[in-house]
Ligand binder design. Sequence first.
Ligand SMILES: Cc1ncc(COP(=O)(O)O)c(C=O)c1O
Length: 389
Amino acid sequence: MRFDSGFFDVGLDRMGTASVKWGLPGVFEQGMIPLWVADMDFRGCPAVTEALEKRAKHPCYGYTMITGEDRRAFCSWWQSRHGVLVEPMQIAFLPSVVSGLRVCVQEYSKPGDGVIIQTPVYGPFFASIEEAGRRVLEAPLTRGADGRFAMDLSAVEEHLKAGARLMILCNPHNPVGRAWTREELAGLTALLSAYGCALVSDEIHADFVYAPAEFTSMLAMDWEPATVLTSASKTFNLAGLQHANIVCRDPKRLNALELRLHRAGVECGNLMALAATKAAYEQGADWLDGLLDYLNQNRAFLAARLAELLPEAVVTPSEATYLAWVDISALGFSNAEAYRRCRDAGVIPTDGTAFGKTAGEGFMRLNYGCPRSQLNEGLKRFAAALKGE
Ligand SMILES: Cc1ncc(COP(=O)(O)O)c(C=O)c1O
């Protein structure tokens, strides 16, 4: 099968599938275009569907274990796609990356401690810290004249000096679309090492980096304490199956995290998730390559189309993810007003303040993981909403 534009242009009807993305009130009833949550509207990888069908046809769904084959499939994927060597026993399993964020916050910090995050950033980073009784320490990203974001290591160091115990990194970064370079990561690890601060790196967007940029995993930094959270769920759009990974080269840390999960009653081994994930890693490379070409074209399309329809908006130059971080501050609306106008015009972005009340003010995030015709209609409505047409 060819995974070309024709394949991804077709899209799919998600009516009746209990999709969170399409389940917001008004989406089906009023034909709204959902460009919010990071979930894609494409036909999935056929090898995954076949593996699920095959497993479903075997009429027994008893307790299931994670085997060496599952572990090796993960390791081969990370070696071939990212040049990172992971040993099979350096992986632990859990239902989702967000459950991993929560367990890491509990393991690596104490109630009342400060945890550093680089804002704007994925909303559940805040919740994982605050709901565990820790304090969010924002080290806001800086923004260059071209709109590109960068790390502010001096802001990180201020928090380290004040005693921060943990930092959570988003790599690649949602929503600003940066794939952090080896130099940037080396600067960060040197700083964290100097202060003995733990690091959790959320690498769920690892597979969405556009050449010439490259993905550099924290696992490629030869820094043993790093704890990496990742999943095939973003790459292959399998979030409904609930299966993710913690990778850590320090066996003590990995064991401690596994013990915490165990004590919380969290066990893994969803047989459908295992079948799908193994098929994705073993047979999904061609589908993903086709998808990346398509998304890369969508990325350029979005920037060009918004420049034409809404020149006041500034699209953040990005290297990664399928999410565009759009500065609409020149239009003069509050975020609440801009969001309301978008909904009234029949398009649903993610309000930038979901990524930080201050850092996200004046921004909306648009998900371009959908057929181009859907994206085009969504962008037309977005522009009309904010122009007041
Ligand atoms: C940076 C980041 N981490 C985690 C998640 C969610 O992962 P999970 O569904 O495995 O909890 C997302 C989803 O958008 C994300 O963007």
